[in-house]
Design a protein around this ligand. Structure first.
Ligand SMILES: [Fe+2]
Ligand SMILES: [Fe+2]
Length: 331
C-alpha cells in the first residue's frame, strides 16, 4: 500500500500511473524566475498610499519564508512516507518548483526592498510580526506533529501523516497562499504591480497542482485503507481548517487594518471561508461556512490561468521546433 513503510523501487509494472502523469504535466509547466520582470513594478510602489504600502510590505514578508517552510515539510515528511517511486518523482519535481518559488520571492525582496536592514527584517518576520509568526507556528506545529516518526506502522501513524499532508495542501498551499494571491490580484485589478501578478500566475498554477497531487494521495490512501478516514479524522480536518482561517484572518486584519480602499477585512474573511469550504469539498467533507466568493477578480483569475497555461504550451512547443531546426542547420 502507498503508505506502507519502505523504499519501493519498482516503476514497472507501475502501481500509480496517475502520479506519473502529474509529474509529466508539471514538467510542461516549467518557468524560470528570469522570465518575470519585476522592475516594471518599481514605479507603482512609489504611487501607493500608506495603507497599501503596509499591505505590500507585510505580503512580501510572508512570501520571504513561506515556500521554504513548505519545501522543508516536503523533504522531512512527505517524501519519506509516500512509498511509490512514481509519486516520489512528482515530489522531486515539486521540490524543484518550491525552489523556483523561493528564488522568485528572493528576487521580489531584492527588487522591492533595497534597504538591507529592511530585507533582513522581512526574513525575520516569522519571529517578529505576530500575524506572520502565528501562521509560521501553525506550520511548524504540523511539521513537528510527525516528530521522529520514521515509519508509518500503525493506523494512528498513518492518520497523523494524512493530517500533515492535508494541512500542507489544504491549509498552507491551499489557503495561506491563496489568501496571499488574492492581495496580488486585488492590486492588479487596480492596475498595480503587474510584474508581481505575472510571476504569481506561475506560482498559482504550481500551487494548484501541488494541492491536486496531495489530494490524489489522500484519495489513494483512503481507497486502500478506508478506516483511516473516520469521523474523528474528519473532525480534526475541520478544526485544522477553521484554525487556518482564523490565522489568515488575523493576517488580513494586519494587512488591511490601515483601511485599503476596495478591499475590506470582512470580504477577505468571507473569501477565506469560501476557499476553506472548497478545500473541504475536495476532500469530500461538507462545508463549514457556506460563504460566497466576494472577489470577482479571483473568479477571473481562474479563467486567466487556464488561457495562460494553453498559450504557454503552444509557445513551449514552438521553442522546441525552432531548436530542432537550428540544430539540423548547423550540422
Ligand atoms: Fe510554492
Ligand atoms: Fe507548493
Amino acid at each position: 500500500m502507498l503508505l506502507d513503510p519502505g523504499m519501493s523501487l519498482t516503476l514497472r509494472p507501475m502501481r500509480y500511473p496517475a502520479f506519473f502523469e502529474r509529474y509529466r504535466d508539471a514538467i510542461k509547466n516549467t518557468w524560470t524566475v528570469e522570465e518575470v520582470d519585476l522592475h516594471s513594478d518599481l514605479a507603482d510602489l512609489g504611487k501607493l498610499s500608506d495603507a497599501e504600502r503596509h499591505l505590500v510590505s507585510r505580503l512580501v514578508a510572508f512570501f520571504a519564508t513561506g515556500d521554504t517552510i513548505v519545501a522543508n515539510n516536503l523533504v522531512l515528511n512527505l517524501y519519506q512516507h509516500v512509498n511509490a517511486p512514481e509519486a516520489r518523482l512528482y515530489l522531486s519535481r515539486q521540490l524543484f518548483e518550491e525552489a523556483v518559488h523561493v528564488q522568485f520571492y528572493l528576487n521580489l525582496l531584492d527588487t522591492y526592498v533595497p534597504d538591507e536592514q529592511e530585507r533582513f527584517e522581512a526574513f525575520a518576520a516569522v519571529e517578529n510580526i505576530p500575524s506572520i509568526s502565528r501562521k509560521a507556528d501553525f506550520c511548524f506545529r504540523w511539521i513537528d506533529s510527525l516528530g521522529d516518526l520514521k515509519e508509518l506502522r500503525t493506523r494512528e501513524d498513518r492518520r497523523a501523516f494524512l493530517l500533515n499532508l492535508i494541512c500542507f495542501a489544504a491549509c498552507i498551499e491551499g489557503l495561506f497562499f491563496y489568501g496571499a494571491f488574492a492581495y496580488v490580484y486585488f492590486l492588479r485589478s487596480r492596475g498595480l504591480l503587474n510584474g508581481l501578478a505575472s510571476g504569481t500566475n506561475w506560482v498559482f498554477r504550481d500551487e494548484s497542482m501541488h494541492m491536486a497531487f496531495a489530494f490524489d494521495v489522500v484519495e489513494v490512501a483512503r481507497a486502500e485503507e478506508p478506516d483511516l478516514f473516520d469521523d474523528d479524522l474528519i473532525a480534526q480536518v475541520k478544526a485544522m481548517l477553521a484554525e487556518a482561517v482564523d490565522c489568515e484572518a488575523q493576517f488580513a486584519e494586519d494587512l488591511l487594518g490601515g483601511g485599503v480602499s476596495g478591499m475590506s477585512i470582512t470580504d477577505m474573511r468571507h473569501y477565506l471561508e469560501h476557499v476553506a469550504d472548497r478545500r473541504l469539498a475536495q476532500l469530500g467533507i461538507p462545508p463549514l461556512y457556506g460563504a460566497k466568493n466576494p472577489f470577482a477578480f479571483m473568479e477571473l483569475q481562474d479563467v486567466q490561468e487556464l488561457s495562460n497555461f494553453f498559450e504557454r504550451k503552444v509557445s513551449a512547443y514552438q521553442v522546441g521546433v525552432t531548436g530542432t531546426v537550428t540544430f539540423d542547420a548547423d550540422f
